[in-house]
Design a protein around this ligand. Structure first.
Ligand code: GLU
Length: 494
C-alpha cells in the first residue's frame, strides 16, 4: 500500500503555526515511507473563507520548506483540491445516503431548532437535534420538497450503543451514540459541512492515514459512521496533541502570536521553525534537539510521538533559531538576511519613511530601527494622551487590535480606515489614537507617517506590539474583555 496523507486547512485566517505543525508530521510520515503528501483546501464555510487567506496559507507553507505532491496550486490526479469546486460531488454523495436510508431531509427552522435545544436542555438531555424530521413520511417529505421548503440534509445516528474508535497513539476511545448529534451533512446553501466533505474527499483522494489535531477526535465517530454507511474502508486516524500556551490552554492569539508570518517577519528561519515544531510532540533518537528536516524524515517513527500538551515556548524557539543561524556560513547568513528584509524591494518600501529626514546616510538605521527589531521599548505613560487615562487607552488599543484583525489586505488605506472606525466608536480624535499606536508600534514619539509604517511592518508584528502595549498599560481580565468586545461589536455596526 502506498501511503497517502493530507493536510486540509480552512482558509479562514492568517496561516497558523498549528497548520505547519500538522503539515510537518504528515510530511515526515509520508516521506519516510515513500508516500505522498497532499494539500487540500477546505473552503466550504462560505462566510469565513477567503481566497486571500488561501494564498497566504500556501505561501507560508512553501516558505517553511515543506513541499507537497498534489494540491490546488500544482494539481494532481484527484483534483480539484479545493472543496468549493467539488460541491456536485458532495451533493451526489448526500443523495446516496438519502437513498440508502442513512440520511434524511430536515425542514426545521432556526427557531424550531432553538426551541428543541431549550427543551432538551431543561430535560437534562444532550442539546443536539431530536430527530423529528427523520420520522416524517416519504409523502410529506416529497410534498415539502416540491413546495420548495428550505431544508438541510442530516445523517442518522443509531439511538443506542457506542462507537469504539481506535487511534494508534491513544488506544481505544468509546463514544456513546446518545451524545452524538444528527450531524448536518448538506447545508441549506447546498454546501456540505466539514464532516461530509472531509470523509468523501479522504476516500476519493485515496487517503490511507489521517494525521490531524486532537480537536477533531470527537468528530471521528460521525466520520466512521459515514464510512460505514458508504461501505468504504476508513483510513487509520491519528490525533496529535494541540499546541499550548504557557498556561497550558490551547494556543491562542490572545496569549501568543500564532501566525507563521509573524515568526517569518521576526527573523526566525524556516528550518528552525520546523525543527522547533518537530520538538513539540516528538523526540528524535538520542533526544537530539537541533536537526534538519531530512534528518527528521530519515528516522521518522510515529510511535515516538508523545501526547503530553506541548507548550509553544518562545524562548526555546529563539534558542533553536540561534543554533541554526550559528551553523550557517557567512555567505549563507548574508543570503538569509537578504531574503528576509535586506533586499531592494523591501528596502524600497522604507525610503519614503526616511527621505527628507536624514542628515547623514547613517541616520537611516535609527530612523527605522523598529522595522528590524523583534520588540520595541515602550513606556506606558507615553501612550496615554492628555485628558485620557491608562484604562481608556488600553480599551481603545484593544478595539484597534480587533479592527486590524478584520483587515485581510494590510495596506495604508485599510489601516487608515481602522483608525477611523475606532475613533468613531470611542469618540477619540485620530491624533489621540495615533499617539498611542505610534508609541506602541514604533517605540518612538516622532516617527514617519504611521499608516505606511504599519503596512511595512505587517499586520502580525503590529498586532503583537499592540498586545504587548495593552499588557503594559493594564492587563484585561476575561470578564472585562468580553464586555469590551460586546461594546465594540455593537457600536461597530450601529
Ligand atoms: N479543515 C479542517 C481544519 O481546518 C481539517 C481537519 C482534518 O484534518 O480533518 O483543520
Amino acid at each position: 500500500m502506498t501511503v497517502r496523507v493530507r493536510i486540509a486547512p480552512s482558509p479562514t485566517g492568517s496561516p497558523h503555526v498549528g497548520t505547519a505543525y500538522i503539515a510537518l508530521f504528515n510530511y515526515c510520515f509520508a516521506k519516510s515511507q515513500g508516500g505522498s503528501f497532499i494539500v487540500r483546501i477546505e473552503d466550504t464555510d462560505q462566510e469565513r473563507s477567503d481566497p486571500k487567506y488561501e494564498q497566504m496559507i500556501m505561501d507560508a507553507l512553501r516558505w517553511t520548506g515543506l513541499s507537497w505532491d498534489e494540491g490546488p496550486d500544482i494539481g494532481g490526479p484527484h483534483g480539484p483540491y479545493r472543496q468549493s469546486e467539488r460541491t456536485s460531488i458532495y451533493r451526489q454523495h448526500a443523495e446516496t445516503l438519502l437513498a440508502k436510508g442513512h440520511a434524511y431531509h430536515c425542514f426545521c427552522t432556526p427557531d424550531t431548532l432553538q426551541a428543541i435545544r431549550a427543551v432538551r436542555f431543561s430535560q437534562g438531555l444532550s442539546t443536539g437535534y431530536d430527530g423529528r424530521c427523520a420520522r416524517l413520511t416519504a409523502e410529506e417529505v416529497l410534498r415539502r420538497l416540491r413546495e420548495g421548503e428550505d431544508h438541510i440534509i442530516r445523517m442518522l445516528v443509531p439511538e443506542q450503543g457506542a462507537c469504539v474508535i481506535h487511534d494508534p497513539l491513544r488506544g481505544e476511545v468509546t463514544f456513546d451514540y446518545s451524545v452524538i448529534d444528527h450531524q448536518v451533512l448538506l447545508k441549506s446553501d447546498g454546501f456540505p459541512t466539514y464532516h461530509l466533505a472531509n470523509v468523501v474527499d479522504d476516500h476519493l483522494m485515496g487517503i490511507t492515514h489521517v494525521i490531524r489535531g486532537e480537536e477533531w477526535l470527537p468528530s471521528l465517530p460521525k466520520h466512521l459512521l459515514l464510512y460505514q454507511y458508504f461501505e468504504w474502508d476508513a483510513p487509520v486516524v491519528y490525533h496529535l496533541p494541540l499546541l499550548r500556551n504557557e498556561d497550558k490552554s490551547k494556543l491562542s492569539k490572545r496569549k501568543n502570536p500564532t501566525s507563521i508570518l509573524y515568526y517569518r517577519d521576526l527573523g526566525i528561519i524556516p528550518e528552525a521553525l520546523l525543527n522547533f515544531l518537530g520538538l513539540m510532540a516528538y523526540s528524535m533518537p538520542g533526544e537530539r534537539e537541533v536537526f534538519q528536516l531530512e534528518e527528521m524524515v530519515a528516522g521518522f517513527d510515529i510511535k515516538r510521538m508523545s501526547l503530553s500538551g506541548p507548550v509553544f515556548d518562545l524562548q526555546k524557539l529563539s534558542w533553536v533559531n540561534q543554533q541554526h543561524l550559528a551553523q550557517l556560513t557567512a555567505d549563507e547568513l548574508m543570503k538569509r538576511l537578504i531574503d528576509w528584509k535586506l533586499n531592494p524591494e523591501y528596502m524600497a518600501q522604507l525610503m519614503p519613511m526616511v527621505a527628507k529626514r536624514m542628515h547623514r546616510l547613517g541616520d537611516f538605521m535609527e530612523l527605522c530601527d523598529f522595522v528590524f527589531y523583534s520588540d520595541v521599548k515602550v513606556e506606558a505613560e507615553d501612550m496615554v494622551p492628555k485628558n485620557r487615562d491608562q484604562d481608556g487607552t488600553r480599551d481603545m488599543l484593544q478595539m484597534f487590535v480587533w479592527e486590524l484583525e478584520k483587515v485581510i489586505d494590510f495596506h495604508e488605506e485599510a489601516i487608515e480606515q481602522a483608525f477611523k472606525t475606532v475613533a468613531q466608536i470611542e469618540n477619540w480624535s485620530l491624533r489621540e489614537i495615533t499617539q498611542a499606536v505610534r508609541i506602541a508600534v514604533t517605540g518612538k514619539v516622532v516617527a514617519p507617517p504611521l499608516f505606511g509604517v504599519m503596512a511595512v511592518i505587517g499586520s502580525d508584528v503590529c498586532r503583537n506590539r499592540l498586545m504587548h502595549a495593552i499588557q503594559l498599560l493594564a492587563p484585561l481580565g476575561k470578564k472585562k474583555l468580553a464586555k469590551l468586545q460586546e461594546h465594540y461589536e455593537k457600536n461597530r455596526i450601529s
